[in-house]
Ligand binder design. Sequence first.
Ligand code: NDP
Length: 257
Amino acid sequence: MAKRLEGKTVVITGASSGIGKSTAMEFARTSPKSLKLILTARRLDTLKEVAQQINKDVGDGVKVLPVKLDVSKPSEVKGFVESLPAEFREIDVLVNNAGLVKGTAKAPDILEEDIDTMISTNVTGLINMTQAIMPIFKKREDGGRGDIINIGSIAGREGYPGGSIYCATKAAVRTFTDALRRELIATRIRVMEVDPGQVETEFSVVRFYGDKAKADAVYAGCEPLTPDDIAEVIVFNAGRRENVVIADTLIFPNHQA
Ligand code: NDP
């Protein structure tokens, strides 16, 4: 698998924490000699720490570029590719991971601001990134090639009380991903989705507006997945030979089954 990822340029959104950060580390570990990683999120300082940690762990064979990017801002996404140094522009893999949930209110009471944040990040942000990167895949001289791996959720397959908008955004990710994959059938552009169940990350802290005690209570008495569990699957899927499309992966902890 490492051979197939050699020399690739990978963009990960939401790489400052959780699944995105672990995915960056896992790509680097799998292909430590020639990989180029573009790590994006809103917190640039945190991205720089991730970049340092990667080079400390696997050496400087992996070139890491931290880029401040808010996927919910179309103007930032539009200028993203042009802003990259030339050696990072030949992107091979896009991991659309940035996403969040805000609040636990029932549908009639959800704050307008939270609705906007979830839709503009989880749905519009993912679509914007896809549209920004797709021309790079399509213009390749060998007829077009590249991988898009979208991070959905088990919440895109079934609703839960207090999660209506988040679930709706992840259902949108799911159908967008499926339609895009079908549009690109018989090309060498692969479209895949990975849907995690419960994973312990900053996700719950964000859901409870930064209240760590409430976030920790979510995981009491159960054993959530770790972000590494998801990262391993993302990198495995990206490392399959070109004719293999692992279109749809659902991963959850045993207690959630
Ligand atoms: P984290 O909160 O740890 O990571 C979310 C990442 O998204 C952060 O790096 C954050 O960085 C980034 N992000 C948030 N908003 C934006 C934005 N507008 N622009 C760019 N980056 C943004 O949570 P997870 O790692 O758990 O979440 C990753 C993905 O996994 C999400 O799509 C989530 O919906 C999904 N998921 C998570 C589950 C879980 O139980 N944890 C279960 C199922 C799916 P920054 O704040 O620096 O911008």
